[in-house]
Design a protein around this ligand. Structure first.
Ligand code: DX5
Ligand code: ZN
Length: 216
């Protein structure tokens, strides 16, 4: 059974309280929070004050996905805001090993994300230093995009590399996850499914979370 991480990006920002209540009632274990700086990605989302506010309204694991330049400058601040897992992009880190160590030293789980064009070889040397590897299956910056199907073999190759190295890193899939493709994604090796529009655009978000959860 995959861990489900609904993404706040697709929620109604006028009703964050309702989004938090729905997540609390649901079977989702994690809450995925997409932070964008308008530099690393061509969009700006939300940041520290929103995360620290919703932290008071939910008890799920806060899975913070930083799509920002120089993420090391903000690790401490995101810990203070309530992040349990902090994921940085390999493309934004000149010193990835140090960045992951910094996150762990702040008592958060450390994640590393790869854009669709970034080969797995870029993170092979840090697979045992990461708690999570996030494979972007859309180009980051926006919700509601189509899953890039060539990423399925990338998930399989990552899974093999993790097994080869005896790493404990979990595989998170982010972008374009639907009720139709979720099973194939889990079969390819995914441990965590991020789902934004599939959950929040549904008339029955909690029901969709149950359906995603029951995939194996
Ligand atoms: C994209 C974000 C995703 C996004 C997923 O840059 O990292 O987490 O919210 O949204 P959907 O599930 O709609 O593709
Ligand atoms: Zn994300």
């Amino acid at each position: 059974m995959p861990i489900i991480a609904p993404s706040l990006l697709a929620a109604d920002f006028l009703n964050l309280q309702e989004a938090c209540s729905m997540i609390n009632r649901s079977e989702a274990e994690w809450f995925h929070l997409d932070v964008m700086d308008g530099r690393f990605v061509p969009n700006i989302s939300f940041g520290l004050p929103v995360i620290s506010s919703i932290k008071k309204a939910t008890h799920k694991v806060f899975d913070v996905h930083l799509m920002i330049e120089e993420p090391e400058k903000f690790a401490q601040a995101f810990k203070a805001a309530g992040a349990d897992i902090l994921t940085v992009h390999v493309e934004a880190c000149n010193h990835l090993n140090r960045n992951l160590e910094q996150i762990r030293s702040l008592n958060m789980k450390a994640g590393v994300a790869l854009n669709p064009h970034t080969p797995i070889s870029q993170i092979e040397e840090v697979l045992c230093d990461a708690d999570l590897v996030c494979i972007m299956t859309v180009n980051p910056g926006f919700g509601g995009q189509k899953f890039i199907t060539s990423m399925l073999s990338k998930i399989e190759r990552l899974k093999n590399a993790i097994i080869r190295q005896n790493s404990k890193a979990l595989i998170e899939i982010d972008g374009g996850v639907t009720l139709e493709n979720a099973e194939t994604i889990v079969k390819a090796g995914a441990d965590i499914l991020v789902a934004g529009s599939t959950v929040f655009n549904s008339a029955d978000p909690e029901g969709v979370i149950v359906q995603l959860k029951n995939i194996h």
